[in-house]
Ligand binder design. Structure first.
Ligand SMILES: Nc1ncnc2c1ncn2[C@@H]1O[C@H](COP(=O)(O)OP(=O)(O)OP(=O)(O)O)[C@@H](O)[C@H]1O
Length: 522
């Protein structure tokens, strides 16, 4: 209790020192509070820009707050650009923890000392961050591995700090006029979930395993294999990867890697993850990306660190492809319609108003050559505009927008002439084609087949029940009848399709027979 109180005092002291109250002044309903603080703490120096002060305050408060700032920096839908830029500079530079603690953690989690588990184990970590650190080791069969160990005592630290954040969010939402839009309570709740997800390294291992499977047949991306026998929530052991960090362009060039190809491969990998798999690596900072220079996998990307992945469902993919395609055709009406149709903009939104707002913010972007257009910027603008129309921005799309900006940044660093649109267009068109074309129809038919197999046999009984009920209570079952009619219409469509396919097949087979006979006769 005492410790919590002291921590709270520290948070208040740091907030006051860096003038965090002043950062919120524009929206405070009670500006007198800040005037009072200014008078009492007259010696405080608030001359640095507010973003810098916020960043310094978070750094002083420690790794959990630094993580919070990093996560906030990705919320372009919530945070003004000047704060966002500074928050993105936050780095969790934390000293590594004692190797003996790492060894104790491994022993507790995997049931044996690293000396028993591995042929070799490097005591000094290769990297350390706020949540975990990585040691290299060799398995008994000679395979090289990387051992990621969770920082001991993290759960308690996180629980304590996040509990204080919840209290602060509650307080802020009571006094801050802008809290209805900025939703501090929801933001902290989301962060709480995010941190607890990161605390479970098994989730990270599972993400890596899924991504590896998705790219098993690809010549573009390598993902380390997880050694499941050595994985737990606190420790994971994976194949050690060798490569040059993608940010070290000189080394890549010296090794003979084709940077232009690397750049477009990066975009291809990203769009494949988004539009084919709906499962994307969302922590694509350069520290997590290597490039292989081994002869058999030369020039392939290597992904590391799978703590954050984004998932998209068909609905999200549809939204994205419709919007991107409409954008590049400058069809802002379609963009507006897509927002209202998807239910993200309120039904009563006027299409023409949303359309002209979208036009105002996007038209300037198109004044540049196509190769300079940023997809990430487009999405960002779209989110900013839609906020004014009470569109709820979906967290998975915010994650995607951040990743897209990373990918663009990376791609253009490797090849300043990279034309993202050219590389991305086939993926969007393919997705759209699959959705609306014949292929999409067949796919949906396949997906729905088990449902129909279940419904068909029940139809006569359901109809019978409906008619009986109608006879008993003539006005009471319009909804049921409506549902039956809808179901029957779907059934008719399906039957139509089945009959059509059967006829087509039948005709095909008959034709083939005729042809064969004719051929035979000749
Ligand atoms: N499988 C691996 N093979 C080789 N090196 C690895 C592997 N996994 C991790 N590393 C090294 O350890 C570093 C940190 O790994 P990782 O990013 O997974 O940890 P982290 O604690 O999530 O760090 P951060 O949050 O800073 O990204 C990597 O940048 C890389 O240098």
């Amino acid at each position: 209790m005492m410790l919590k109180f002291l921590r709270l005092l520290k948070i208040l002291r740091v907030s006051v020192r860096y003038g965090l109250d002043e950062i919120a002044i524009s929206g405070l309903r009670k500006p007198r509070i800040t005037k009072l603080i200014d008078t009492v703490f007259f010696w405080r120096d608030l001359s640095s820009p507010r973003g810098v002060r916020l960043r310094m305050a978070l750094e002083e408060l420690g790794p959990i707050f630094v993580k919070f700032g990093q996560v906030l920096s990705t919320r372009s839908d919530l945070i003004p650009p000047d704060l966002q830029i500074e928050l993105a500079r936050l780095q969790d530079r934390v000293p590594p923890f004692d190797p003996d603690l790492a060894i104790a953690q491994i022993r507790k989690s995997l049931g044996a000392h690293p000396d028993e588990l591995f042929a070799t184990f490097e005591r000094n970590p290769v990297a350390s961050a706020s949540i975990a650190q990585v040691h290299f080791a060799t398995l008994k069969d000679g395979r090289q591995v990387a051992v990621k160990v969770l920082r001991p005592g993290m759960k308690k630290t996180i629980d304590d700090d996040v509990a204080l954040m919840h209290v602060a969010a509650e307080w802020i939402s009571n006094v801050w006029a802008d809290s209805k839009r900025l939703k501090p309570k929801e933001v902290v709740a989301e962060f709480d979930k995010y941190l607890h997800d990161e605390l479970d390294l098994m989730r990270e291992a599972a993400n890596a395993s899924q991504l590896r499977r998705n790219f098993a047949d690809s010549h573009l991306l390598l993902v380390p294999e997880m050694h499941w026998d050595y994985c737990s929530s606190n420790v994971i052991v994976m194949e050690r990867m060798h490569g040059i960090p993608v940010s070290q362009i000189d080394r890549l060039e010296a090794a003979g890697v084709d940077l232009k190809k690397l750049s477009s491969d990066g975009v291809e990998i990203f769009f494949t993850q988004v539009f084919r798999d709906g499962f994307f690596h969302a922590d694509m900072h350069p520290g997590n990306i290597l490039v292989s220079v081994e002869p058999e996998t030369f020039g392939r990307y290597i992904a590391l660190d799978f703590g954050i992945v984004g998932t998209l469902n068909d609905f999200d993919k549809d939204y994205l492809s419709q919007n991107f395609l409409a954008f590049f055709r400058r069809d802002y009406k379609r963009v507006a319609e897509a927002h209202i149709e998807s239910g993200w903009a309120p039904k009563e939104t006027r299409v023409d108003e949303l359309e002209s707002a979208v036009r105002a913010c996007c038209e300037p972007i198109f004044d540049r050559p196509l190769k300079d257009i940023s997809f990430g910027q487009i999405l960002l603008r779209l989110f900013q505009t839609s906020r004014r129309f009470n569109v709820e921005v979906q967290p998975q799309l915010v994650l995607l927008q951040k990743t897209l900006l990373n990918i663009e940044g990376l791609g253009r660093q490797l090849d300043p002439d990279l034309d993202l649109w050219k590389t991305a267009k086939p993926y969007l068109e393919n997705w759209m084609g699959e959705q609306v074309g014949w292929k999409g129809f067949v796919q949906r038919l396949k997906a729905e087949a088990p449902r129909y197999a279940h419904i068909f046999p029940q139809l006569p009984r359901l109809m019978h029940q409906a008619l009986e009920r109608h006879a008993e209570k003539p006005n009471d079952n319009t909804e049921l009848i409506r549902q039956l009619v809808v179901e029957q219409q779907r059934t008719n469509r399906l039957l139509g399709a089945v009959v059509f396919v059967a006829m087509a097949l039948g005709l095909g087979v008959a034709g083939f027979h005729l042809y064969a006979r004719w051929h035979h006769l000749l």
